[in-house]
Design a protein around this ligand. Structure first.
Ligand code: WTA
Length: 631
């Protein structure tokens, strides 16, 4: 079985082989990598408990595969390109040799502070090269990284640090965001007033901002790194040792720490990257995600480096200095493979073609999208104006929990259909289930998207709470991993993702649980109760609509609205601010006290002509009030 698929028949053969004999299939794929000790068994899987293991008893270090393995053959090839926020500032480039040295030095800085295998290290940083070094440095010494997107508030950050009992935080003084300069270290200091486990804070000096360094706890990276050398042997990791934790929102409670392990994640990240993007040796590859999300983990850092590719990271935003920035960067670096989110495409599309026309974009060969369904209009714009009708678009469906791309086209190989993610990757056994948990067979059907066989990069647990992992993903339908998405299947195993079927809203490709936002809103003194739903939004995909009941103290809608937005920013981050707030005197509840969200969704969508059966409501008159007050 070839590692790299090159034709439709290669795909079909691999898919068939992976279903008929997963052991043999994955054994051959995994043999592509360097293992310190081979596995005794390819996998063990029990979806009841759940208890899934891959490449049992094998030893490896993912950074040996990302870095050391390439030194002989492509040591002087560029591994990482860094494009700064300001186009006038200097680009940074690191060859595989240089990246290897930077990672080893960073690892030695950690080791010098006593940070060791199994420790949890929280990274809260802008998109600078040191973030990639730090991620890989943790992996090098076997520390478990937990990257938190630098748009989350101090309160969210503290929750994540505490949940993981991290003993170390890596951060920077400040960050750029377009024309703005933002504080970073101050947010760390604020968060750490609520954390007791953190002993070390390593601060990268990115913008020469003054910051208060707490003695004994805080150390400047540039000072620490001057004291170490660039030799750092890779820690020997068991295949099932934790590689990282990444927090993500679900439909209930606080975000949960999705756990990925070393061996399986490595195999799937590398295999999927190579095949989905069909990345060739001399290609320049750019994924615009932030490393704070799973897309950045798997497809900026691990996947491309496992493949020996040149990967680019971008510090800035798509709209600064103007809405042509992405295309300017594509031309500047002669990017061949470009991977972004539908929300970015829609927002740039809305700015007009004058921001695209000045650029050639002739280096592009492959385009990709991820994070949310892409509407046909955005797909066509991307195809016509960016790809010049000459680049396959891979619409990749996957999740933090799946570790890598699960449903997709393979660039240049598979048939494409706008708004269809495409076919399952080899090794991915999908099922559509009905409400009773029965598998729906055949074509042209819709159901709950589930996965019925283990794959190497699947979630192993939710950190510190295995029961939660079981309840959220494995208890809805016995014997299946439940994705939380609905999907449609057509002939030839073509899948179209319909969207979330649980209480998760996808705002600009970012996941939020409605309960999480409600909890934040409820922190406002005047708020008695709230209910949050998603509604269709032209740019963001989904917007956040909040119905809020206030107490007697409430008199001024405008002020309270502002304060609620500030409260949500404080508890979660600006990215979770509701787009619309409607003040109401009550919520549509059934006699048993359950909120009928179906009605709220219809109201938020502005589709109030047919609200369906409302007779089971405790107080049906509330519906008229909701309709009249639509924002
Ligand atoms: C949604 C992002 C449609 C989906 C990698 C999923 C998509 C959630 C697509 C996971 C796509 C992701 N088409 N929907 N191509 N990709 N989604 O964990 O609802 O941030 O469950 O992972 O995003 O979001 P997450």
């Amino acid at each position: 079985m070839a590692f790299r698929l090159k034709s439709k028949s290669d795909y079909q053969e691999a898919y068939k082989a992976s279903i008929e004999n997963p052991e043999n299939f994955w054994e051959e794929i995994a043999s592509h990598y360097t293992w310190q000790k081979p596995w005794t068994k390819v996998f063990e899987s029990d979806f009841e408990k759940p208890d899934v293991k891959w490449f049992l008893n094998a030893k490896l270090n993912i950074t040996e595969n990302c870095l050391d393995r390439h030194l002989k053959e492509r040591g002087d090839k560029i591994a990482l390109i860094w494009e700064p926020n300001n186009p006038k500032d200097a680009v940074k480039k690191y060859t595989y040799k240089q990246l290897h040295a930077e990672v080893c030095k960073f690892a030695n800085v950690l080791k010098a502070r006593g940070i060791k295998k199994g420790d949890r290290v929280c990274l809260y940083m802008p998109m600078i090269p040191e973030l990639s070094f730090a991620v890989l440095a943790c992996a090098r010494i076997g520390a478990i990284h937990s990257v938190v997107f630098a748009g989350f508030s101090a309160s969210s950050l503290a929750d994540r640090i505490n949940d993981a009992s991290a003993n170390t935080v890596i951060t920077s003084d400040a960050m750029n965001r377009g024309a703005k300069k933002m504080d970073v270290k101050g947010i760390i200091d604020e968060a750490l007033t609520k954390c007791t486990t953190v002993e070390h804070v390593i601060v990268v000096n990115h913008l020469n901002e003054k910051t208060n360094m707490q003695s004994g706890r805080d150390v400047w990276y540039h000072e620490a790194v001057a004291k170490v050398n660039e030799n750092c042997p890779a820690e020997s990791m068991d295949s099932e040792d934790m590689l990282f934790i990444l927090y993500t929102s679900g439909s209930t409670g606080k975000p949960k720490g999705v756990v990925h392990t070393c061996g399986g994640y490595m195999v799937y990240a590398g295999y999927s990257f190579t095949n989905v993007f069909q990345c060739d040796e001399n290609d320049i590859y750019w994924c615009t995600a932030d490393i704070g999300w799973i897309t950045g983990h798997t497809y900026i850092i691990y996947g491309p480096l496992l493949a020996g590719a040149t990967t680019m990271m971008f510090e800035g935003i798509p709209t600064w200095p103007d809405a042509g920035r992405f295309w300017d960067v594509v031309d500047k670096h002669q990017v061949n493979i470009f991977y972004t989110a539908p929300t970015a495409i829609r927002s740039l599309m809305a700015k007009g073609l004058e921001f695209v026309e000045p650029y050639k974009l002739s280096s592009l060969k492959v385009l990709g999208t991820v994070g949310e369904p892409i509407n046909v209009e955005a797909w066509e714009w991307y195809n016509e104006y960016i790809g010049k009708k000459n680049c396959p678009i891979v619409d990749t469906w996957w999740q933090t929990e799946t570790g890598g791309i699960m449903i997709t086209a393979l660039a240049g190989i598979s048939d494409l259909k706008a708004s269809y993610a495409g076919q399952p990757m080899p090794g991915v056994q999908l099922a559509l289930l009905d409400a009773d948990g029965k598998e729906i067979e055949g074509d042209d059907v819709e159901g709950y998207l589930c996965i019925k066989h283990a794959w190497p990069s699947m979630i192993r647990t939710t950190y510190g709470d295995h029961e939660r992992c079981k309840n959220v993903y494995f208890s809805n339908y016995n014997g299946y991993y439940f994705t939380g998405d609905g999907a449609r299947r057509e002939k030839d195993n073509m899948y179209r993702i319909i969207g979330r079927v649980d209480d998760v809203i996808n705002v600009s490709g970012h996941r939020f649980g409605t309960a999480e936002i409600e909890n934040a809103i409820n922190e406002h003194d005047e708020v008695v109760e709230s209910a949050v739903v998603g509604y269709p939004h032209d740019i963001k995909g989904q917007g956040i609509y909040a119905f809020v009941i206030c107490n007697k103290e409430h008199s001024n809608d405008v002020e309270t609205r502002k304060e609620i937005l500030a409260t949500v920013s404080e508890y979660i981050g600006k990215i979770a601010k509701p787009d619309k707030i409607q003040f109401v005197s009550g919520l549509p509840k059934t006699r048993s006290g359950k909120i009928m969200r179906r009605i709220l969704r219809k109201v938020a969508e502005g589709d109030v002509s047919n609200l369906g059966d409302t007779t089971t409501l405790l107080d049906p008159s509330i519906v008229d009030e909701l309709k009249e007050g639509v924002v």
